[in-house]
Write a protein that binds this ligand. Structure first.
Ligand code: ADP
Ligand code: MG
Length: 365
């Protein structure tokens, strides 16, 4: 297969500078497959929107190139790129009805009237607003207006839709409902979506793959489960999900594993994911649910004493904050099981984990 049929979008060595000095996007290489739901996730200012705007054609590319279906986008004006777009505050035309707003991109493409009516009806149905075609945007709630914006981005059936924090202005419940709707729409029509958000749970919910951005660099590009279960560096481990960090120094490496001397005392065996040699600093990353309380003798090579500082009952699990190796912000999730120990603040328990769940990551980046 040619590169053209493999990927709908390719960023090739893309750089962006606004002031001619600092790069806000640094050597970005990213291939996006046809039909993929790809999310750019990262803190504010990490360069996500800039990447989307370069793809849309609203920002110039300082260096490198972006290909759409194998064609360089240099010298292709935005309106010729056939890309749908939804932004947080996507302005619908206030003086037009919802149906007129949806018909607009089709009329400007000079489609026949009956075809326009059909496509508008289908787009309204897709976002469950069939009964609202004759209203004006001002007569709709925020969530409904954003659905119209989604329908308008899809109505001319583009192969690619870009969405920049489209749910940012909605309240939590509506946002979660819309996440499922967007995913459902994506699955049912097979459009490629490039989605930008700083909200990790939103990214985990909807995406096929997530590109985690920090300071204009993709830190890791992977599926949601890989990002959570197999973070490749300390930034990703800390940014995605809840994470316990133990700082230390590598004292021995042996194949896939390494031994780490924790600051504050104690020796830990860990998975050597991304480390320097003996003597270098490392951050150990450990998910709260990977820690076992009161493990059976001989089951965990990594065993510590933990003092319970705080305890929150959450129904299906209990959340503990414990003091381990002089770190008092260590979190453990204890699932509710019939043989779970009775836990109280002030107690000291043995805790442990498997070396394979404890990831040693470079502490210098
Ligand atoms: P994100 O969408 O991840 O929050 P942006 O892509 O908007 O980040 O911004 C990345 C960096 O580029 C930020 O430091 C921001 O201040 C800067 N930036 C964005 N747009 C402009 C602009 N038009 N002029 C100058 N600097 C900009
Ligand atoms: Mg942004």
């Amino acid at each position: 297969m040619s590169a053209e049929s493999d990927h709908i979008v390719r960023f090739i060595g893309v750089q962006k500078s606004f002031d001619g000095e600092t790069l806000v996007v640094k050597d970005l290489n990213l291939d996006i497959a046809h039909g993929e739901f790809l999310t750019m996730l990262g803190p504010s200012g990490s360069g996500k929107t800039t990447c989307l705007l370069m793809l849309a054609g609203f920002e110039a590319i300082t260096h490198g190139d972006v290909l759409l279906a194998g064609q360089s986008l240099k010298n292709v004006p935005p309106y010729k790129r056939d890309i749908g777009m939804v932004f947080q505050n996507y302005a619908l035309f206030p003086h037009m009805t919802v149906a007129e707003n949806l018909a607009f991109p089709l009329e400007s493409r000079k489609l026949p009237k009956d075809e326009i009516a059909q496509k508008v009806a289908r787009a309204l149905d897709m976002v469950q607003l069939s009964a609202f075609g004759r209203r004006r945007p001002g007569q709709l709630s925020g969530g409904q207006q954003q659905r119209v914006a989604v329908a308008r981005a899809l109505v001319h059936e583009p192969k690619l839709v870009l969405m920049d924090e489209p749910l940012g202005a909605l309240d939590k419940q509506l946002r979660e409902q819309m996440q499922f709707e967007l995913k459902h729409i994506h699955d049912s029509i097979g459009v490629t979506i490039v989605y930008v958000t700083h909200d990790q749970s939103e990214a985990l919910t909807m995406s096929d793959r997530i590109a985690v951005f920090n300071e204009g660099v993709i830190q890791q590009l992977a599926s949601p489960s890989d990002l959570y279960e197999r973070p490749e560096n300390a930034f990703v481990a800390q940014f995605i999900g809840e994470n316990n960090r133990l700082m230390g120094k590598i004292v021995e490496t042996n194949g896939a594993n390494c031994k780490v001397e924790i600051d504050g005392g104690g020796l830990v065996e860990a998975l050597a994911v991304n480390i320097g040699g003996v003597g270098s600093r490392t951050t150990l990353s450990l998910r709260p649910e990977s820690v076992t309380i009161n493990p059976r003798q001989g089951t965990c090579p990594d065993r510590f004493e933990a003092r319970v500082e705080e305890l929150i009952y959450l129904g299906d699990h209990t959340r503990l904050r414990v003091n381990v190796c002089q770190h008092d912000d260590f979190i453990i999730k204890v699932p509710r099981t019939s043989d779970a120990p009775k836990l109280e603040v002030g107690q000291t328990w043995a805790i442990g984990w498997n070396a394979s769940d404890c990831r040693a990551l470079d502490a210098t980046d």
